[in-house]
Design a protein. Structure first.
Length: 367
């Protein structure tokens, strides 16, 4: 920006000198008019450069799941319309996006970085000031773990207030369709990281001995289908899921307290999340705390501008609202760009608290 101003000044000086030589000193009024016009042009150009320098061009990751798509597109609209930024959305996923930000400093921001997936390298990147955690909780009420559907409570009121440890003593409340003498616990599809965690927790809590069967749903569609089928038919469902998701919002799934504390990162990282042959003695434990951050590059933290960074710091979606938006996206097959407009129109009471009053007026006008 400073270089641009200097260049403009040089051109201005050259222009004035030329006009001064061309006209004699008796044409003072004409020179004065030239001078004023040149100053106006120079001032306007310089002011535009200063205004744009407060934000400039940003690259934001639009990761490949619904909540991340929504957040990236909301960021794009707010930053462009409210703060004059030029925003480019680029495709992303948890590991590739983090690796690119950590190694190359691009994209400038990841709105929804699941921290457990990159726990150690993220901690190192933050300590070495390559990356900045701009928002430690952009979504409330999130987490992985074990869940029950409302039909379970309706059919068996005694489940209310029971912990996972207590529920595991009652496999009879969740009879398996193929073998009703066993209780059915729905795990994760093969190949998912949570499959290993659930398999090791199944051993840690001695669920087979207590009369439970660990079910592999086969796929994401199979897992979602098991919830939908049980809920639509009024049958109890017990198994693994996570939040925020459209399924939690649509079927009002309830998380279950494990009834035991988290047994430490060593047990989790070096046993629970590993293959059975590498986890000889899993300890009963609650699910590790889920953490999602909005992270930005160190360069963005310096050049993005105080107002822009302040917006990212304040931007928090209530979990119930996020789940409602995910249901909207699923039911309407809506893209992130469409869902972002829907969110901004319907939840003005939420997002206007994230931005300045001036930015809010500009954003409302653009919708």
């Amino acid at each position: 920006m400073q270089l641009a101003i200097v260049i403009n000044l040089l051109f201005f000086a050259q222009y004035v000198l030329f006009q001064f030589i061309k006209f004699n000193m008796e044409n003072k009024m004409k020179i004065k008019r030239i001078l004023i016009s040149a100053l106006v042009i120079l001032g306007f150009t310089s002011f535009s450069n200063i205004a744009n320098a407060s934000c400039g061009s940003l690259v934001i990751a639009e990761q490949n799941w619904a909540s991340a798509e929504l957040m990236a597109n909301v960021d794009k609209i707010i930053l462009e319309e409210g703060y004059g930024c030029e925003v480019e959305l680029v495709p992303g996923a948890t590991m590739p996006t983090f690796t690119s930000m950590n190694d190359k400093g691009t994209p400038d921001m990841n709105p929804e970085q699941w921290a457990n997936a990159v726990y150690t390298p993220l901690k190192k990147a933050v300590s070495e000031k390559r990356l900045i955690i701009a928002n430690k909780a952009p979504i409330t009420g999130l987490g992985e773990g074990w869940w029950l559907n409302p039909a379970a409570f309706k059919k068996h009121p005694e489940l209310k207030g029971m912990t996972a440890v207590q529920i595991l003593e009652r496999p009879d409340l969740f009879p398996d369709k193929e073998d009703p003498s066993k209780g059915a616990f729905m795990g994760c599809p093969a190949g998912w990281g949570c499959q290993l965690a659930n398999a090791n927790l199944y051993r840690a809590f001695e669920m087979e001995k207590k009369g439970w069967k660990l079910i592999d749903p086969g796929s994401a569609a199979g897992l979602d289908g098991s919830i939908a089928k049980a809920s639509d038919s009024g049958e109890p469902w017990f198994g693994y899921y996570w939040n925020p998701t459209s399924m939690v919002g649509k079927y009002n799934l309830k998380p279950v307290d494990f009834g035991v504390p988290f047994a430490g990162r060593d047990n989790w990282d070096n046993c629970i999340t590993l293959a059975e042959q590498d986890c000889a003695n899993p300890k009963p434990t609650a699910w590790t705390k889920s953490e999602v951050n909005s992270i930005v590059s160190a360069n963005f933290a310096k050049t993005g501008g105080k107002d822009v960074l302040g917006y990212v710091e304040k931007r928090t979606y209530p979990g119930t609202v996020m789940n409602g938006m995910l249901v909207y996206m699923a039911d309407n097959q809506a893209k992130g760009s469409d869902a972002a407009i829907e969110f901004l129109i319907k939840h003005e009471d939420i997002w206007t608290k994230w931005v300045s009053s001036d930015a809010a007026k500009k954003i409302k006008k653009s919708l």
